[in-house]
Design a protein around this ligand. Structure first.
Ligand SMILES: [Zn+2]
Length: 309
């Protein structure tokens, strides 16, 4: 978890993120045949994402939206409206290909294309990236250099920091600066919890849908007592119980369709009970980049204080 130096009087602001993609684009159901049908399948992403932005507006909350370039091309007004409402627009790549199935050249083209599409729509720089299915690992470490060379300033795709990673500054185990020959980039990982040596993605929609809301609430309350911050992620399709069912492996079907009808109400309760904000606002090194106070010029590095909003 992201540790913050907080007094008990200060309210922790957690990080809320959404990966904006169609229900038929998830990696668990990927097939070459379905990939070929994307343009023929009925689109539900705009309606589902607008449901989320309405809900956030009701609770005066802003978030980070990692938008797929493919979606942005087809729903430009959605992206413009999200930006106008004060949400952070970041990149989820263009075609939702796993990093591990791309060559470095293909990956470069994918992240360059999505960044350009999003920046053209919102008229400002896109600095954040999240890989489909968090597919940056030690085997695809080259992707970090590509992101730096393509102008990204933070990544949110690494569950387990790999041993070979060169960390030049760290706020905690999940927010740190990676150093490569191409330069530096901040990593803002989704929160995990260590259970018997396994890093579990407890801050994802899968766990949010699996456990009763009371369990999520207790977990977050406990985090706040420790002065820790959650980096949470959800998908628009997780608030869409009516979405058409897809064929695929049984485990994928169970995980994808579990409790879809409960997500919206649980998200309402979450927004009522806790405070959330976008990455570029609540994670200070990223906020400094946005404000033009580049962390690279600070000789002493980042401190935990810099993560306090
Ligand atoms: Zn995705």
């Amino acid at each position: 978890m992201n540790r913050l130096r907080k007094t008990t009087q200060e309210k922790v602001r957690h990080v809320l993120t959404f990966d904006v993609e169609e229900h038929f684009q998830v990696a668990a159901f990927w097939s070459a045949a379905r990939r070929g049908q994307w343009d023929q399948l009925s689109s539900r992403v705009e309606r589902n994402t607008r449901k989320i932005s309405d809900l956030l507006l009701e609770h005066s909350t802003r978030a980070t939206f990692f938008v797929l370039g493919w979606v942005a091309e087809r729903h430009p007004d959605l992206v413009k409206d999200l930006a106008q409402q004060g949400h952070e627009i970041a990149s989820h790549g263009y075609g939702h290909e796993l990093v591990s199935t791309q060559t470095p050249a293909q990956f470069r083209e994918d992240v360059r294309r999505s960044k350009q599409i999003l920046e053209d729509l919102i008229g400002r720089q896109v600095v954040g990236y999240r890989a489909p299915s968090f597919s940056i690992s030690s085997r695809t470490e080259w992707a970090i250099s590509v992101l730096i060379e393509e102008g990204y300033r933070y990544d949110s795709s690494i569950y387990n920091r790999f041993r070979s990673a060169q960390v030049s500054k760290a706020i905690d185990t999940e927010t740190y600066q990676l150093e490569t020959k191409a330069g530096t980039i901040w990593e803002v990982s989704p929160s995990t919890m260590n259970a018997c040596g396994l890093q579990l993605p407890v801050a994802g929609g899968g766990y949010f849908r699996l456990f009763p809301y009371a369990a999520s609430r207790m977990f977050l309350k406990n985090l706040e007592r420790q002065g820790s911050q959650l980096v949470m992620y959800l998908h628009p399709w997780e608030l869409d119980p009516e979405q058409p069912r897809m064929d695929g492996p049984m485990l994928s079907k169970v995980r994808h369709y579990l409790n879809l009808g409960k997500t919206e109400q649980r998200l309402r309760w979450l927004l009522r009970d806790f405070s959330f904000a976008p990455i570029n606002e609540v994670v200070r090194p990223i906020r400094n980049i946005i404000d033009g106070k580049d962390e690279r010029s600070h000789a002493n590095g980042a401190s935990k204080d810099e993560c306090v909003p």
